[in-house]
Write a protein that binds this ligand. Structure first.
Ligand SMILES: Cc1ncc(COP(=O)(O)O)c(C=O)c1O
Length: 383
């Protein structure tokens, strides 16, 4: 019997003989190929098939055992890197909806949340390989592709959301979105949902109740205000018509901010709260919450990192489920199919205000100082 890689997996030579079955008393019910945990048994009773083929170096490439990999990780990789399963598994390949371990066993991947069009999708691989072979450089140069990608994203969005900023991760996208909101409003305080998660940078952790209210967390920082998880099934308010009640909780956050003499910079919410348990927002909640926040000059951010980008069936973006248009949306994981690509899309008004107040144009167009040849701004030149 001969089997190729799809039959035999990766652990065995792609051609192997199964003429010794009777030695294990399998007659009618042989499982097809040997199980990985029987490798030693088979090796001990089978003649090495390579004696026939004489393929050089067939057995020389030894891969590390799981124990060795775990040992190295424990000693040399970040201690926060957790491993799943009592017996951690080593994945060696992704293919569509599946992951394959080193024994060739296929796992239906219901965990990974970035491989939007499947693991190692041939079109994604081809596009990436072609581009990486030609050019990987700074976005300060002109190129068609950056414009084309922006056009493709904007074609899926309402015309109010018209300016794209490319970044590398969902965390970076939310970091920028919050910076924009703070710059545009001149205010510090952010309103976010209970059990919300928005990323792993300092600012993102500071607005993620999932983190600061979770194990080892220290509770909400001074400028973060959390409203209860808007869960009409198990939440504080249950049943129909709870949208208004949860929006009232957002209003209470606004009132608290005003009472301490501060102002609202942003409301940031996922259109389906993913880390909180894939909680669908109650009808009317988001539009009422947006109205309340905008009334006091705040900016509304929809975190689409997890649920946006064509993952919801009926609408391409999560906010479209709720009949609202945010001022800023953040896009992450699915847009790069697992590769480090993310984006922030905002209204022209937000983009213009952010640039003006941040002096971005000034930086880009400033001419070198004629005294020291640096961008020192001539008036302050020390030379
Ligand atoms: C809703 C949400 N926002 C932001 C992030 C952060 O994205 P990244 O891991 O790409 O930094 C995540 C990550 O899981 C997320 O689920």
């Amino acid at each position: 019997m001969l089997g190729d890689q799809t039959v035999n997996g990766n652990w065995a030579p792609h051609l192997h003989f199964q003429i010794m079955l009777s030695l294990l008393d399998y007659t009618t019910d042989f499982p097809g190929v040997a199980y990985a945990n029987q490798i030693d048994v088979w090796k001990s009773i089978c003649v090495d098939p390579n004696a026939l083929f004489c393929i050089k170096n067939l057995h020389t490439k030894k891969s590390a055992s799981n124990e060795e990999l775990i040992g190295y990780r424990k000693q040399h990789l970040g201690k926060g890197l957790s491993l799943q399963y009592k017996e951690p598994i080593k994945m060696v390949r992704g293919e569509g909806a599946y992951l394959l371990d080193q024994f060739g066993r296929k796992y239906l991947d219901t965990v990974n949340n970035v491989a939007h069009v499947g693991h190692e999708h041939p079109n994604v691989i081809k596009a990436a390989q072609q581009q990486v072979a030609i050019l990987n450089t700074n976005s300060r140069y002109l190129h068609e592709n950056i414009n084309l990608l922006a056009q493709e994203i904007l074609a899926t969005l309402p015309q109010e959301l018209s300016v794209v900023h490319f970044v590398n991760s969902g965390s970076e996208a939310n970091e920028l979105a919050i910076r924009m909101a703070k710059t545009v409003t001149g205010k510090e305080d952010v309103i976010a949902s209970e059990v919300g998660y928005h990323g792993n940078t300092n600012t993102c952790v500071a607005i993620s109740s999932y983190k600061f209210d979770g194990k080892g967390g220290k509770g909400a920082p001074e400028h973060t205000h959390i409203f209860p998880l808007p869960d009409a099934f198990r939440g504080k308010y249950r049943g129909k018509n709870t949208g208004e009640k949860y929006a009232e909780e957002v209003q209470q956050c606004i009132d608290t901010i005003h009472k301490k003499g501060d102002g609202v910079s942003a409301l940031i919410v996922e259109p389906i709260i993913s880390c909180g348990g894939q909680i669908e927002l109650p009808d009317g909640f988001l539009s009422k919450a947006y109205t309340a926040v905008r009334k006091v000059g705040g900016v509304c951010i929809s975190d689409e990192v997890q649920v946006g980008c064509g993952r919801l069936g009926t609408s391409f973006w999560g906010f479209q489920l709720h009949n609202v248009i945010p001022d800023i949306i953040t896009i992450g994981k699915p847009i790069g199919n697992g590769h480090p690509l993310a984006a922030v899309v905002c209204t022209e008004a937000v983009a213009n205000q952010f640039c003006k107040r941040h002096g971005v144009f000034q930086h880009l167009w400033r001419k070198p100082c004629f005294l020291c040849y640096r961008n020192c701004c001539i008036a302050n030149c020390k030379k």
